[in-house]
Design a protein around this ligand. Structure first.
Ligand SMILES: *Cc1c(COP(=O)(O)O)cnc(C)c1O
Length: 377
């Protein structure tokens, strides 16, 4: 039986031809295609400046530097995310302060932020896990009240909305990822939406060695930058993907609806049924608590039935590096429970309706094989 992956990028022939055009053009690195993609992304962000980088990780790190985050500062975030979210805080010498997640949404519990704000807190990084947006009204109310910068880790939420407004079109600094698993890709890549042209020129410097070109053909370097510019080859992929983003997000939403009706009888915790804001980047269930220790076995049995699944994510604070750093955190019981039980099911635009049923049947079989009781998530 052929394996159903949990995700797969979908690149059309038009995009492949556009990449070939770049390869024949004689200009491969950052150039006209990158500027075109930045303009297209900025249009979606209602005119706010957008700059590309070679990854969202780089964009997030530059965002922290643009926000002036320094060694000794504290940045509030969630531990239920890709480790990049928190690694970038360490990379600028600041200290991640983890807040527990809400067990229903699996997103940072904004109700706990007041309790961890200290005199050193400078910023907050919310994460839209699975493409479900963190409550932007409460987020920006908190940020205003405590004088915090917001760096939105919107790596998973391209095209997602908050009450009708697309993410990136409002707010402070907003980072998107174009990794192949995300809702749109450039192969690898990412971008940052900013507040001003002044922030955008800072970003341009940071992504290319800290260099500014001078009129006489020389250059100056006045800040330590990195090497994180995007190629025109990648931008050509992104332009083709952006054209189809809305259409593929709608297809994901239809598949998510099918999952809700198909999975209804199984002993699984389902995600919030948000058909207004989410871009349905992932469909994640919680397996029964009694099976948490056997998740690896469950995944192996599903794979034998032709279904690939994923774990997004192990809790960041429980990885060796973060344990070793000994960051003093409040207890994170919901984060740990969700991280132990979460399972990402296949969901991608080219998936067939019938695949949803195939996943459900395999899950039903494997869950009963492992002794899970019906109706007991
Ligand atoms: C993918 C992802 C990132 C990092 O994106 P890259 O483009 O791979 O650097 C950061 N945060 C979250 C939540 C992600 O899912």
């Amino acid at each position: 039986m052929n394996l159903l992956p949990f995700t797969r990028p979908d690149i059309d022939e038009e995009t492949i031809a556009a990449v070939a055009d770049v390869l024949r053009s004689g200009w491969l690195t950052t150039g006209p295609r990158c500027r075109e993609l930045e303009a297209a992304l900025s249009l979606r962000a209602e005119g706010r400046p957008v700059r590309l980088a070679s990854s969202a990780t780089a964009a997030l790190e530059f965002a922290l530097r643009i926000a002036g985050i320094q060694p000794g500062d504290e940045v509030i975030t969630t531990s239920l995310s890709w480790v990049a979210t928190s690694n970038v805080i360490l990379a600028v010498g600041a200290r991640p302060v983890f807040v527990d997640v809400d067990p229903e949404t699996r997103l940072i519990d904004l109700g706990q932020v007041d309790a961890v704000v200290s005199g050193r807190t400078r910023a907050i990084i919310p994460v839209d896990l699975a493409g479900l947006p963190v409550d932007r009204d409460r987020l920006y109310e908190l940020a205003r009240r405590h004088g915090l910068r917001v760096i939105e880790d919107a790596a998973q939420s391209q095209g997602a909305r908050w009450h009708g407004r697309e993410l990136g079109s409002f707010g402070d600094l907003v980072a998107f990822s174009f990794h192949p698993n995300k809702n749109m890709t450039t192969g690898e890549g990412g971008c940052l939406v900013m507040n001003s042209e002044q922030e955008a020129s800072q970003f341009e410097k940071l992504r290319l060695q800290g260099v500014v070109r001078c009129a006489d053909g020389t250059y100056d370097c006045d800040v330590l930058g990195g090497k994180a510019n995007l190629t025109d080859i990648a931008a050509a992929i992104g332009l083709g993907q952006l054209r189809r983003l809305d259409q593929s997000n709608l297809r994901r939403r239809d598949l998510a609806r099918l999952y809700f009706s198909s999975l209804a009888g199984l002993p699984l915790g389902l995600p919030p049924a948000d058909f207004e804001n989410s871009n349905w980047h992932m469909f994640q269930v919680l397996i029964p608590a009694a099976l948490a220790g056997q998740r690896g076995e469950l995944m192996r049995l599903l794979r034998e039935s032709g279904i690939a699944t994923g774990v997004h994510y192990p809790a960041i604070h429980q990885t060796s590096l973060y344990r070793k750093l000994g960051l003093l955190t409040r207890p994170l019981p919901h984060t740990e429970s969700v991280a132990a039980r979460i399972l990402t099911l296949p969901l991608f635009p080219a998936m067939q309706d019938a695949d949803v049923e195939r996943v459900t049947q395999a899950l039903a079989r494997v869950l009963s094989q492992l002794g899970a009781e019906e109706g007991q998530p």
